[in-house]
Design a protein around this ligand. Structure first.
Ligand SMILES: O=C(O)C1=C[C@@H](OP(=O)(O)O)[C@@H](O)[C@H](O)C1
Ligand SMILES: C=C(OP(=O)(O)O)C(=O)O
Length: 455
């Protein structure tokens, strides 16, 4: 596989205010979280699954390549349409080479879980960004289940990639209370539990995206979700499951829709519809926050597609007001904060964002990088330990400038691209290549609604 790191030419790009408002109907690529899971669960089913609307971004392709290297047959039939011949739970084979995870935290942590209860040894490598991200959060529970981790080559105790993991069969079922609100950690444990005798249980005090639970049930796993007296979710999975192949329809990614959504709110005169977006409650905190800021967003034609709620988002340019986020809503918009900061920078009055510590361990330190970049283009921003305080312009365009350093972080690149559309002088992004991890076709899509971006 060819990843960003293999090509050292930056792709700089400048985003400027369009002459008139954005308009039209567009669809964004498939949901990244659901796409990873569709491939992984299909690879473990007995028989052939079919996926439509799969995100063909680098992160998901890294998952596909890893599963292929361990014996699953994964083939592309057409744009977004793939079929997967699974090997059965516990049936993955020893990979002959290191598993190259590129930029993808989800691939790494979920596959570590999946392999923890397989009789094999796998080495995980990643790019410069992924190699700094904390893996201790999965190493800890998976070690309790019996997996062994060593840093490559041979250093004990390292909690960053490259790492080598040896799985255990049979693994030991655990009950684990999540110390951080993380769907990746939850999913890693549930995936390890699939091939573990007995019941594996995860307790999550704060609800995170529940795609793994919904999809595992759809594939026929015995999985229950209960609530305790304090509102924590208790998720139990019975191991040694047999998964049945499925036909999966992947909805549009709300985390990708976030960019044209905020763009339409802040470019005067805009009227845009983004079709077929997943509106699972655990994912659309951004829509709720933008509506609280006065954003004119309607959810049209709400329907169910393949076990997930979906709608068209109709959005019109709006006068936004400053807002304070509810820290309890952080997991439901965790990847959307960078672009929410851009909306706040153009709102009237002060916005206060708190409880965002997790943003510091994403593809970049998204609190620090956004604070620095927003200041560089003329926004008034103060960084705190767990968030930002932003004094908005009240609808006046930002000055613009750059080049903004994206630090191998797709969401930083796309957030500043959106800021450029509401700036006097344009915003230059140092390198747009990271966008390929989650949103292939990002700039052409903005052009379809009239952004006028020059490639
Ligand atoms: O489970 C998933 O698919 C994801 C969970 C979130 O990460 P954390 O679990 O680290 O919060 C999110 O940031 C990531 O983009 C995708
Ligand atoms: C954090 C993200 O992804 P991952 O953890 O999979 O790298 C993201 O897409 O914003």
């Amino acid at each position: 596989m060819q990843f960003l790191a293999d090509d050292d030419r930056n792709q700089s790009m400048t985003f400027r205010a369009p002459a008139k408002g954005l308009s039209g109907r567009v669809a964004v690529p498939g949901d990244k979280s659901i796409s990873h899971r569709a491939l992984m669960f299909s690879a473990l089913a007995v028989g052939e699954s079919r996926v439509e609307g799969l995100l063909e971004g680098e992160d998901v392709l890294a998952t596909a390549a890893a599963l292929r290297a361990m014996g699953a047959r994964i083939e592309r039939d057409g744009e977004g349409v793939w079929h997967i011949a699974g090997v059965g739970v516990g049936g993955l084979l020893q990979p002959q080479q290191a598993l190259e995870m590129g930029n993808s935290g989800t691939s790494t942590r979920l596959l570590m879980g999946l392999l923890a209860s397989h009789d094999l040894t796998a080495t995980f490598t990643g790019d410069a960004s992924l190699s700094k991200r904390p893996m201790g959060r999965v190493i800890e529970p998976l070690s309790r289940m019996g997996a062994e981790f060593t840093a490559t080559p041979g250093v004990k105790g390292s909690q960053t990639l490259p790492l080598t993991m040896r799985g255990l069969v049979p693994a030991v079922p655990i009950e684990y209370r999540l110390p951080v609100a993380s769907a990746q950690v939850k999913s890693a444990i549930l995936l390890a539990g699939l091939n573990t005798p007995g019941i594996t249980r995860v307790i999550e005090p704060e609800a995170t995206r529940d795609h793994s639970e919904r999809m595992l049930r759809g594939f026929g796993a015995e999985l229950t979700v209960e609530q305790d007296g304090e509102g924590a979710r208790i998720i139990s999975i019975r191991g040694e499951a047999e998964l049945r192949p499925q036909h999966i329809l992947v909805p549009g990614d709300p985390s990708s829709a976030a960019f044209p959504l905020v763009a339409a709110l802040i470019v005067p005169g805009s009227d845009v519809t983004i079709t077929g977006i997943g509106i699972n409650d655990t994912r659309i905190g951004l829509v709720r926050l933008l509506q609280a800021m006065g954003g004119d967003i309607e959810l049209l034609d709400v329907r169910d597609e393949g076990g997930e709620p979906v709608a068209d988002l109709h959005v019109r340019a709006s006068r936004l007001r400053g807002v304070e986020n509810d820290p309890a809503d952080v997991p439901s918009m965790v990847d959307e904060f960078p672009v929410a900061f851009v909306a706040a920078a153009l709102a009237e009055g002060r916005s206060v964002f708190r409880g965002l510590e997790e943003l510091r361990v994403k593809e970049s330190d998204r609190i620090a990088v956004m604070a620095q970049g927003l200041r560089a283009i003329g926004a008034r921003v103060e960084e705190t330990e767990d968030g930002l305080v932003i004094d908005g312009t009240g609808g006046e365009p930002l000055a613009g400038g750059g080049p903004i350093a994206t630090h191998l972080d797709h969401r930083i690149a796309m957030s500043f691209a959106v800021a450029g559309l509401a700036s006097r002088n344009g915003v230059t992004i140092d390198d747009m290549r990271p966008v390929e991890t989650s949103f292939p076709g990002f700039a052409p899509l903005l052009n379809r609604i009239g952004a006028g971006v020059e490639a």
